[in-house]
Design a protein around this ligand. Structure first.
Ligand SMILES: CC(C)(COP(=O)(O)OP(=O)(O)OC[C@H]1O[C@@H](n2cnc3c(N)ncnc32)[C@H](O)[C@@H]1OP(=O)(O)O)[C@@H](O)C(=O)NCCC(=O)NCCS
Length: 172
């Protein structure tokens, strides 16, 4: 198994993993599925922003992916990113989510990001445990800010600081 940067050829597999989460889980608060072309556009947007899309490849197949984007679209939030991590349902619980996250954290630090944020549905025990094990802490709980499957969804924000800079750098 290797973690590598995604290419356009991976976008069909990325769409399959994403769509499973859309249809069967409250991990993504979207109702519409996407096709590979949609994910190619998403990949281009991430690349143009200078942000990585990582995939885990196992025996030639993409079994998980992770990425981050800006947390909020205001200048002052530019050192903070919000990420997502998804593992194919047949491959969960094998350490793939952790490996993707470890590399994603390294890549965020390497481009000078200061904080990573995860927005997690409060009942998503696996994701909350994964993030706790990676040093993320819960910093906000927002009851009933979402909806899916005919019920309200609560949002838990977890965050991890990536470096010990006391001040943003001169360019920041
Ligand atoms: C959440 C998710 C990314 C975790 O990835 P994974 O590859 O299954 O997790 P890993 O095997 O790397 O496990 C890493 C740690 O996560 C936690 N964890 C994973 N699955 C868990 C589960 N079902 N219950 C409790 N903790 C779990 C554990 O702390 C685990 O460490 P351990 O194996 O040392 O106990 C994956 O289950 C997934 O894609 N779920 C659906 C989509 C989703 O919820 N994405 C996150 C949105 S915020």
């Amino acid at each position: 198994m290797i973690v590598r940067h995604a290419s356009e050829q991976d976008c069909s597999a990325i769409a399959t993993i994403y769509n499973h989460a859309v249809v069967h889980t409250a991990a993504i608060w979207n109702d519409k599925t996407v096709d590979a072309e949609n994910r190619v556009e998403w990949l281009a947007l991430r690349r143009n922003a200078g942000y990585p899309v990582l995939v885990m490849e196992d025996d030639g197949a993409v079994v998980g992916y992770a990425s981050f984007g800006d947390w909020r679209a205001f200048d002052g939030f530019r050192h903070t990113v919000e990420h997502s991590v998804y593992v194919h349902p047949d491959h969960q619980g094998k350490g793939i989510g952790r490996r993707l996250m470890v590399q994603l954290i390294d890549e965020a630090r390497a481009i000078g990001k200061h904080v990573m944020v995860a927005g997690i549905e409060t009942q998503n025990v696996a994701s909350i445990a994964l993030h706790q094990s990676l040093g993320f802490t819960i910093t906000a709980q927002m009851p009933q800010v979402g909806t899916k499957f005919g019920r309200w969804l609560d949002l838990t924000f977890m965050q991890r600081q990536l470096d010990e800079r006391s001040e943003p750098d001169a360019l920041g």
